[in-house]
Design a protein around this ligand. Structure first.
Ligand SMILES: Nc1ncnc2c1ncn2[C@@H]1O[C@H](COP(=O)(O)OP(=O)(O)OP(=O)(O)O)[C@@H](O)[C@H]1O
Ligand SMILES: [Mg+2]
Length: 228
């Protein structure tokens, strides 16, 4: 499993998670993307307003993993997205979340599909209805094959990283012109390598705004995530 997360809003986390999944699905092998933060269906241009992860995690043991198939929304480009859902995170059971991810990982391995990609969102700000709580997300970060912090070379963001305990296995650096800090500063603070340099490209913003990222992913983005 691959998880993207941030410590500050609006860094580009959802776009990076979507791009990693689209790049992995590029050769025709389906990929499941799991939305824990709420924006992934919109970024992929599909309707994700129905029940999803939070509802399944709040349901009793009587609702089995087969119900997950009914929650998944098909996306052009070979993705299936599991939407965040309609229930508050406080009703979600952490053991159900772990079971959900275990099932997705096991099923992708047994069917030869790519490993799932998770958008965990901003884990610092702690807006209760946005991202998942710590007791739910920390076991997933521990178990992930890739735990990807998405950040800009932003002093305020780097301060937050040093003020919290979570550490990624790698960093996706969203590169903007004019920043005083660079990848070496980011690596020194985070303690993990920058494996993806994602250029800020107006074509990406336009594609997201039009809901077309899954249909026409800009080359700059595909190249940036594919190089990792
Ligand atoms: N590489 C990029 N180039 C240009 N624009 C980008 C890029 N990545 C993201 N954006 C734009 O920046 C905005 C925020 O992106 P995104 O939603 O991925 O951030 P986020 O970290 O997931 O935000 P949130 O904390 O709200 O979940 C969007 O309008 C998106 O279109
Ligand atoms: Mg997001």
């Amino acid at each position: 499993m691959e998880i993207c997360w941030s410590v500050k809003g609006g860094q580009g986390t959802t776009v990076v998670a979507a791009a990693m999944a689209l790049a992995a699905a590029g050769d025709g092998v389906p990929v499941t993307v799991v939305d824990l933060a709420g924006d992934l269906p919109a970024v992929l241009g599909v309707d994700g307003s129905g029940p999803g992860v939070t509802d399944w995690c709040a349901a009793g043991q009587g609702v089995g993993v087969e119900a997950l198939d009914r929650l998944a929304v098909e996306v052009p480009g070979g993705l299936r997205v599991l939407p965040r859902g309609t229930t508050r995170w406080s009703a979600a059971e952490p053991t159900r979340m772990a079971a959900l991810v275990d099932d997705l990982v096991a099923r992708s391995a047994s069917t030869g599909h790519r490993t799932p990609v998770v958008d965990a969102g901003d884990l610092f700000t702690g807006r209760p209805e946005a991202g998942p709580p710590g007791d739910l997300i920390d076991p997933l970060l521990e178990a992930a094959d890739r735990s990807v912090l998405v950040t800009r070379a932003c002093y305020l963001g780097l301060r937050r990283i040093s003020r919290q305990d979570r550490r990624p296995s790698e960093v996706a650096l969203v590169v903007e012109p004019g920043r005083a800090l660079d990848r070496h500063d980011v690596e020194a603070v985070v303690g993990a390598p920058v494996t993806m340099r994602i250029p800020v490209d107006p074509a990406v913003a336009r594609s997201v705004d039009a809901g077309l990222l899954a249909r026409r992913i800009p080359r700059s983005l595909l190249r940036a995530v594919g190089s990792a």
